[in-house]
Design a protein around this ligand. Structure first.
Ligand SMILES: Cc1cc2nc3c(=O)[nH]c(=O)nc-3n(C[C@H](O)[C@H](O)[C@H](O)COP(=O)(O)O)c2cc1C
Length: 357
């Protein structure tokens, strides 16, 4: 059976499909539970979340599903807080702040990671996934002591090997088509933009943990292709952003459903870290300043008010519209129906293929 892989066995799920944890409110408890109830793996994107708020959402998910689900967190980075650089960045952001009639902030970023890990353990979350690096050994050991399965993110073969060596139970191979932030941590991102088609089979050949393909996968064709490349499962982000249960802003959903394959770009302008999203006025005007902006997560905090006010004031040209390179395949449907159609289509395609050959 196509759906039974080492990944489904490891994670105790029925179908080798993961709905990506997407920070910033996209992954509501409804979407996580719908996906897990359908036999795939729902993930709560808790990256920026206050630990208490995260705990409430986890409890909510547990009310809605008895099936495994994951919580996705960001391995923390602590760039130097340079007040002069922050002032300069805020000057560059001033025209946008003025247009939205809001004030600048000081770029202070609260550190939430350790408390998030404690809450994940307290709530006995079955699976914890990471991006932006590999957590420290004490954090890994602590989670493992509590029998929590760990999933890392890699954008190169070397990063996948590092994840395996650190003790991850599975690794996401994030191709350059992927929407949202690059999970790159080992080399400059420019050297780590490997397409899913190249990244997956080469990663599979170099690690023994299950590899999860991510980047540009939106339907049954993508799932089958990933499995043929040796992946034990897929992780899909953009396809779920437009689903009914997703908490994405309506402008974000609409931007994806009306977008095309050539409309995205990779930018550091919103957060200080490279991320793929639909190109817009904010990115175009800030692009020339990219190399003087503060690093992630400071720049992310500086643009927080702009992104929020832009959504409230219906100015999508100032919003971060994260999306991968396959928006023409996006659908306006429920997460459950999306999964059911992927499962049905996968079976039809595989049967037709077998009968024809
Ligand atoms: C809106 C959005 C937000 C994302 N946020 C996260 C996140 O918080 N953590 C994470 O590990 N990956 C995040 N990703 C990346 C996904 O894990 C995955 O690599 C990507 O969505 C795969 O490509 P696709 O969008 O073409 O399916 C995000 C992706 C999108 C589209």
């Amino acid at each position: 059976m196509w759906n039974q892989t080492k990944l489904t066995e490891t994670l105790d799920i029925k179908f080798p499909i993961i709905q990506a944890g997407m920070a910033g409110g996209v992954t509501t408890s409804e979407i996580v539970a719908s996906v897990s109830n359908a036999g795939a793996l729902g993930s709560l994107g808790a990256g920026y979340m206050d630990p208490k708020e995260m705990q409430t959402l986890i409890q909510d998910i547990k009310q809605k599903t008895k099936h495994p689900f994951a919580v996705n967190v960001f391995v923390p980075e602590t760039p130097k807080h340079n007040p002069e650089q922050i002032e300069k960045a805020n000057k560059l952001l001033q025209p946008f702040l003025n247009d939205l009639a809001i004030k600048a902030n000081d770029g202070e970023v609260p550190r939430v990671f350790e408390q998030q890990i404690d809450k994940i353990i307290e709530e006995q979350v079955p699976i914890c996934s990471f991006t932006f690096g590999i957590p420290s050994k004490p954090v890994i050991d602590k989670l493992k002591e509590h029998h929590i399965l760990l999933v890392g993110t890699a954008t190169t073969v070397k990063e996948a090997i590092l994840n395996e060596e650190a003790g991850m139970d599975a690794v996401v191979a994030q191709g350059s088509e992927a929407g949202g932030h690059r999970g790159t941590f080992d080399r400059p991102f420019e050297n780590s933009m490997i397409g899913t088609m190249s990244l997956v089979p080469q990663t599979v050949d170099h690690v023994s943990i299950p590899v999860i393909a991510a980047g540009g996968i939106m339907d049954a064709r993508g799932v089958i292709a990933a499995l043929m490349l040796g992946a034990q499962g897929v992780q899909m982000g953009t396809a779920f952003v437009t689903s009914e249960e997703s908490g994405a802003k309506k402008q974000h959903k609409e931007a994806i459903t009306t977008s095309t394959e050539d409309a995205t770009t990779v930018t550091t302008t919103f957060s200080g870290k490279p991320a793929r999203g639909i190109d817009n006025q904010f990115i175009q005007e800030m692009r020339q300043h990219e190399n003087i902006l503060p690093d992630y997560p400071i720049q992310n905090t500086l643009t927080k008010g702009i992104r929020k006010a832009a959504a409230e004031q219906n100015k999508p040209h100032y919003m971060s519209l994260w999306a991968g390179q396959s928006p023409l395949l996006s659908q306006k449907t429920s997460a459950t129906d999306l999964l059911l159609s992927i499962i049905k289509d996968t079976e039809v395609i595989l049967t037709t293929f077998n009968n024809d050959s």
